[in-house]
Design a protein around this ligand. Structure first.
Ligand SMILES: Cc1cc2nc3c(=O)[nH]c(=O)nc-3n(C[C@H](O)[C@H](O)[C@H](O)COP(=O)(O)O)c2cc1C
Length: 202
């Protein structure tokens, strides 16, 4: 079959994209508002960008009524955020935090998610996350306008926290110990428990 994206409603485009571009890693993003209220939400349009300078990106899209998500509002106000990674053990609380709460109501408090202080930014980390990246806002690149329009948020990585429990003998995180999940289409997720290796061509 052939799907003509030039005349496709955004909802259908989203369904095709989210059901095919997978598995997607999940950025569980903590922020604070200008008043200091914490916020936590998952984003699976998420990737690393480069290491020089160390930058990652994730993509909050506007709500269907065109309103910005709290995460974006907070980052625009305070220019800082933390990206926490999501292991299988935290799948359920991660999903809880995708609920639409009124602006200013904290998902950390509402869902009893323990937080830990960051070292260089105000937003706290998710204490149980195996890895957290402290980020300063690098740039926001707008894509589209209105409902479902995107703001690509680029973050300069200032610090990384890694739980000792996910480190291997070389001092770096091991995929098997991280046990991260990836998002598939709809409500489906994948685990990273089945892996294989490929040597790079010379
Ligand atoms: C696994 C998962 C991945 C998600 N990925 C995105 C995403 O990439 N972009 C987005 O705008 N919303 C995404 N969402 C929905 C947001 O988490 C949801 O809209 C949330 O309420 C936003 O919270 P906030 O308004 O506090 O920022 C995702 C939800 C889940 C459960």
């Amino acid at each position: 079959m052939l799907v003509d994206f030039t005349s496709l409603p955004p909802r259908d485009a989203y369904a095709w994209m989210s059901g095919t571009i997978l598995p997607r890693p999940i950025a569980w993003v903590s922020t604070v508002s200008a008043e200091g209220r914490t916020n936590l939400a998952p984003f699976s349009f998420f990737q690393g960008v480069t290491a020089n300078p160390p930058v990652l990106m994730f993509v909050p899209v506007n709500n269907r009524d065109g309103r910005k998500k709290d995460t974006l509002r907070n980052i625009e106000e305070t220019k800082e955020f933390v990206v926490n990674l999501v292991p299988y053990a935290l799948a359920a609380p991660m999903n809880d935090t995708a609920a639409s709460l009124p602006h200013g109501e904290s998902e950390f408090e509402k869902f009893g998610i323990a937080q830990a202080p960051s070292s260089q930014v105000r937003p706290p980390r998710v204490a149980a996350a195996p890895v957290s990246f402290e980020c300063a806002l690098h740039a926001i690149f707008p894509v589209g306008e209105g409902a479902m329009a995107a703001s690509v948020v680029f973050g300069r990585i200032l610090a990384l926290h890694a739980s000792e429990s996910v480190l291997g003998p070389d001092g770096r995180p091991e995929a098997g110990k991280l046990d991260l999940i990836g998002r598939l289409g709809g409500s489906d997720y994948a685990r990273t428990t089945e892996r294989f290796s490929l040597g790079r061509p010379g």
